[in-house]
Design a protein around this ligand. Sequence first.
Ligand code: NOJ
Ligand code: CA
Length: 588
Amino acid sequence: MSKHKRRLILAGLAITSIGLSITEPDLIFPTSQEAPARQAAQEANPAPWWKHAVIYEIYPRSFQDTNGDGIGDLQGISERLGYLQDLGVNAIWLSPIYPSPQVDFGYDISKYEAIDPMYGTMADFDNLLAEAQKHDIRVLMDMVLNHTSDQHPWFIESRSSRDNPKRDWYIWRDGKGPGISPNNWQSLFGHSAWQYDPSTQQWYYHKFYPQQPDLNWRNPEVRKAMYDVCRFWLDKGVGGFRLDAIETLFEDTRLRDEKILPGRNAYGDPNEDESRTVDLPEIHEVMRELRQVADSYPGDRVLVGETYTRTTHDLLSMYGLDGPELQLPMDTQVGFIDNKLDAGAFRQRISAAENDLDGHVPLFLFDNHDNPRSWDRYGDGMHNEAIAKILATVLLTTRSAALMYYGEEIGMVTTPPKTRAEVQDPIGKIGWPKEKGRDGERTPMQWDGSKDAGFSTTDHTWLPVAPNYPTINVQVESRNPGSLLTWYKALIALRRSHPALHLGSNIMVNATDPNMLSYLRKNPGNGPSVLVAMNFTAHLRIVSYDLKAQGIEGATGKALAQNGGVAKAVELSHVALPPFAVLVAEVQ
Ligand code: NOJ
Ligand code: CA
């Protein structure tokens, strides 16, 4: 892919120097009187649910198979709702489950108001929605607005003749001459973004695969049709949408060439700057209209955006500068920029979200179905679990909504295909060997140590189960108080129950320390504030905190959660943090 922030290539694992080893599994202290504290937090804060949400992305093909075909299904998700509630998530986002030829595994939709039989029936979906509600979990649909499948009836009509009423629903243009495309625009999935259609002798535009023709969002009928699709799902009671590729809805009407940048991408094409095809100002009007649709329903329906913005100002614009747009555009600055565990960079980016987003809630994430898993991107090969706990801490204890991806909570690893023949994701075939595709981050969920990791019962799961499943799985980790899964659960419970983590502002402390990331979640009331301290290095660090400038007199910290051998009670003037240790402490 040409836009570097859109997909990050796993560049091998760096092994850094060995410091002190991680000590025995640490204890995690439950907060006292969790239920009353939670109630008090809710009463004090009537903010909509999504402001504090933990949203869990499910890639349905890979979550739970119940009919033995090796592909996950809706029934499987319903059966795992107890696990998700126990984990503490507020909402699940389902990658597309609509009928689809599955060229892009569901992101090529051939019918928007139905369920692909591969995943079940509409009755299964209704059942999932009802059961999720019983588990206090909202269901968000993935809404793909930029393109349809080439098998969608709209496109079949559109390509049938130049004067078909749906011709203008897509982007058809003449070439520059025989065999010459209209301009130099490239697909994000490799090579020209134009596909020639011999029967009508014009080219159509596709930002993604040729089987995903772009809709023409300048056509009012397209807009109306897609808003009606959104209403169909909102009428059913979904909690909102994750808006796929929302930045790519419009293209330059004059078809001006993209600017060529130095170098070539993984597909061998010259790099382009994408200013003619991404983030055109017209997208904001559509996002405002979508928000009006969502807001016309009760219950705080939410719009999450797939936004890979380059600057904080661009991100701010996604919330809406001329009226409300998205409540939760993804903030990829923290979790996806350079994959380095760099305390200064984390501090700077978390601060930018805190200070430069006009008070909007950022949506942080470290993982999704398009990028190698954070376990490998941030891990050093020696302290991966401790580093994963640091990432979880950033995700769950900053003032942000949190987006997680199935398996992140147990430390699933990226398992890329070994040969081109094994590849499922077409970009892995197009770009092999530089671009191996996204199969590696989509392997089946690891539930237990039984056959197929408890995901399925077949001999042929659609992608192989990662070999480490006998030890890395939900069952094993649930029983281990020191596991990554236990850490996620504890932090999610803490962020729900502790008023400072739920409502407090986020103030960086010891802000010049290049080795540590430390911040204070300041209690907005009279109750205790919470200090979060993380050692980003493989060496023991001794740190001193003086929080008087923040109006905090307390000089001791009582651990609410700790990892890596930190003491349970600390003097703030002398806090010893072993390598990659984390301390989340109430200041007293
Ligand atoms: C973004 C989705 O996350 C990705 O998986 C998909 O291939 C493209 N959009 C095209 O829909
Ligand atoms: Ca488009």
